[in-house]
Design a protein around this ligand. Structure first.
Ligand code: HPA
Length: 259
């Protein structure tokens, strides 16, 4: 582990934030691991700089490696800040989710196009009180389209080249966690228009936008959301769907990096 070298990152790299089930990427040749500090504290772990098929890539495990930080305690601001400092311009957030609408069953992969944020109490903006934040002042980013469309399309094109069928849109409902939802909460989310439910999609997407980073999400459904099947949700089911679906996620990532 070392300090980030001056030469690291020209500011045009792609970064992957790995979620549950993705704390490492096998296709990644690791060139360095950087312990970073930010004005917002420490990120979830070292920023890994490496290459996939000769192309530079940054990687950060959102929950740490091994997985230890729950969704509501992830320091999203430090993670995004550190990746930008390390040279990222584009970020792909990988998220495990529960499926709400019929197309989103376990092991299904989706590239959502919209977000509804139900989280609360998280460090969700860089624009804090003037004087206290390195990005002082009142700024209202436009968040009409929360994901970067060219990056979304790059993910979909990579999936197509891998001959994988993925859901090309969807509304990601971000919940606070760490508990799963009640069936009434999921029913309400469905009425709101959510297709997927996860705990880590926000504030990550908005923070990326505040820093001017392009951001898209690659979501892997690991269970039917609460009340969407006649069973309760078990960790065994989630682990099985992670095992079934994560190889597809990795294939898409390894395909999209050189694009
Ligand atoms: N709800 C919220 N987050 C999740 C779920 C879920 O059902 N599955 C995986 N992450």
């Amino acid at each position: 582990m070392s300090e980030l070298p001056e030469s690291a990152g020209k500011g045009d790299d792609i970064a992957i934030i790995g979620g549950t089930g993705l704390t490492e990427l096998e296709g990644l040749t690791v060139l360095g691991e950087y312990a970073m500090e930010t004005p917002w504290g420490a990120p979830s772990g070292p920023v890994i700089r490496g290459e996939i098929r000769g192309q530079p890539v940054l990687f950060l495990a959102r929950h740490g490696h091994p997985h230890r930080i729950p969704p509501h305690q992830v320091n999203y601001r430090a993670n995004l800040w550190a990746l930008r400092e390390a040279g990222a311009a584009r970020i792909i957030g990988v998220n495990a989710v529960g499926g709400i609408t019929p197309a989103m069953g376990p092991a299904r992969i989706a590239v959502p196009h919209q977000i509804i944020d139900y989280t609360w109490g998280r460090g969700h903006t860089f624009f804090e009180q003037a004087g206290e934040s390195p990005l002082a002042g009142v700024t209202h980013i436009d968040f009409t389209f929360p994901y970067h469309e060219p990056l979304r399309q790059a993910l979909l094109a990579a999936a197509h080249r891998c001959q994988m069928i993925v859901v090309d849109h969807g509304v990601y409902g971000a919940t606070q966690g760490p508990r799963l939802e009640t069936s009434a909460e999921v029913a309400r989310m469905e009425r709101d228009g959510c297709d997927l439910v996860g705990m880590t999609g926000m504030p990550e997407a908005a923070l990326a936008d505040e820093l001017g980073l392009s951001y898209a999400c690659l979501a892997l459904s690991v269970n039917w959301a609460a009340g969407k099947s006649d069973q309760i949700i078990t960790m065994a089911e989630i682990e099985q769907a992670l095992a079934d679906g994560m190889s597809g996620v990795k294939a898409i990532l390894e395909e999209v990096i050189p694009s």
